[in-house]
Design a protein around this ligand. Structure first.
Ligand code: ZN
Length: 73
């Protein structure tokens, strides 16, 4: 299953990447559980790899319970 619930809403990998990036990516990999807790609320953190452009690959991290998000840029 690659769709996950984030802040009460079911999101696809592309939608999750869009939440973090601010724009819809060209491609996104399946959502995974990141091996870390949210620094703000201690909630579960998800990760998703995506391509905002043909030459870039970014891994985004997003808390399932609050607005916290980060990338590996
Ligand atoms: Zn959080």
């Amino acid at each position: 299953m690659s769709n996950r619930v984030v802040q009460g809403r079911m999101v696809t990998p592309k939608r999750l990447a869009e939440l973090v990036e601010g724009e819809r990516p060209m491609e996104a990999e399946p959502i995974e559980d990141a091996d870390r807790d949210c620094p703000d609320c201690g909630g579960n953190v998800l990760s998703v790899g995506y391509m905002p452009s043909v030459t870039e690959f970014v891994t985004a991290y997003k808390c399932q319970d609050c607005d916290w998000a980060d990338t590996d840029r």
